[in-house]
Design a protein around this ligand. Structure first.
Ligand SMILES: *Cc1c(COP(=O)(O)O)cnc(C)c1O
Length: 367
């Protein structure tokens, strides 16, 4: 059986280092807002081209606090993608604003800048580009649009840590980018965690307040904040993995390149890197109108797959957007067709070959 993802393999190679890092934190008795978190914030900010990193309790919280920090609140609209993980839109509502869904590019499944432009109104406060599957959205066009219309860019980079656009690391684009350390992400913790990355001093300062009870000093509470900090254990474990991230992302790209070469010519939609975006293949998502049959045929051949995501966000019961299918045709079609193949750094070359053979046979069976 070739699993769609296998964290056990990643941890087997790092076990001693992870345990040593955990022991260091346990022995220190500093568990919240200490040196490990500060070091991780510095290291990730440097890697991603930001001036500041602010750790949070999850990627969802990072997005919520980033939206609040750029001033999103009641009465505002935020333009976001119709095809992403639900948090790309629920956080807008939690910030008190209204999500305005926009359809995606049918090939990359990322925000289509021309549709974003049409969705901007005088109430728009921010745009949330999502770097879906690890491929950066069209940040040049989106940032230019945002500048012209005086709205903020808060990028959901949960799936794209380490990626770049036009040779520049992602956090150099827009006002804020957020990361998630959910265990299956390209840089995943052993639990929940997230980070806000920004070049803006004011935004970093505001997120630091919002994540820690609105307190610039202990027992002085200047605004309504919550409790969403990245704990020291997670930070220490993440720092072990951060040293491997560049190599892991290279390996993901190599696996994707092999799939794309070997599967070209089949009646399947293949993911395409669209320069100047540099893709870090959090997922390798193929497209097929016979997705369910293909997944079943692959499972019968011992290849695990996953569907990210089976429905558009506006079609989710929580939003129940009327006519979601007609209004967001590209997102709706993607939700019906995407199938993610195994794509994680520890996959062996032999396994990549087996997946390729299995896909060829499965496609022949179901088409
Ligand atoms: C994982 C993810 C999130 C949420 O991150 P959590 O850490 O699970 O809260 C948000 N947006 C996208 C696109 C994601 O993939």
């Amino acid at each position: 059986m070739i699993p769609q993802i296998d964290l056990g393999r990643q941890h087997a190679g790092l076990r001693d280092e992870l345990l040593a890092a955990a022991a260091r934190v346990i022995d220190s008795c500093r568990f919240v807002l200490g040196p490990e978190g500060q070091a991780l914030e510095r290291e990730l900010a440097a890697l991603c081209g930001a001036r500041h990193g602010v750790g949070t309790g999850s990627g969802t919280d990072a997005l919520l606090l980033a939206l609040k920090a750029v001033g999103v609140g009641p009465g505002d609209e935020v333009v976001t993608s119709a095809f992403s993980f639900v948090a790309s839109a629920t956080t807008v509502v939690m910030a008190g604003a209204t999500p305005v869904f926009v359809d995606v590019d049918p090939v990359t499944c990322n925000l289509d800048p021309s549709l974003v432009e049409r969705a901007i109104t005088p109430r728009t406060r921010a745009i949330v580009p999502v770097h879906l599957y690890g491929q950066p959205a069209r940040m040049d066009a989106l940032c230019e649009l945002a500048r012209a219309r005086r709205v903020a860019v808060v990028a959901d980079a949960a799936q794209a840590v380490g990626a770049s656009y036009a040779g520049r690391p992602l956090a150099e684009w827009g006002d804020v980018s957020i990361l998630s350390f959910y265990p299956t992400k390209n840089l995943g913790g052993c639990g929940d965690g997230g980070m806000v990355l920004t070049t803006r001093d004011d935004v970093a300062e505001r997120v630091r307040l919002l994540r820690d009870h609105g307190a610039p000093r202990r027992y002085t509470h200047v605004e309504l904040g919550g409790c969403s900090r990245l704990d020291e254990l997670q930070a220490a474990l993440l720092r072990v993995k951060l040293g491997r991230l560049a190599g892991w992302n290279e390996r993901r790209r190599a696996i994707a390149a092999r799939y794309s070469t070997a599967l070209a010519g089949l009646p399947l939609g293949l993911p395409a890197e669209q320069p100047p975006a540099q893709h870090v293949y959090h997922q390798y998502a193929v497209r097929s109108a016979k997705r369910e049959a293909l997944a079943a045929a692959l499972a019968a051949r011992g290849v695990g797959t996953a569907i990210h995501y089976p429905a558009t966000i506006p079609a989710q019961p929580v939003f129940s957007h009327p006519n979601a299918d007609r209004e967001f045709p590209a997102a709706t079609q993607a939700a019906a067709e995407v199938l993610c193949l195994p794509c994680f750094p520890e996959l062996t070359d032999a396994e990549v070959g087996l997946v390729v053979d299995a896909v060829k046979h499965a496609v022949a069976e179901v088409m």
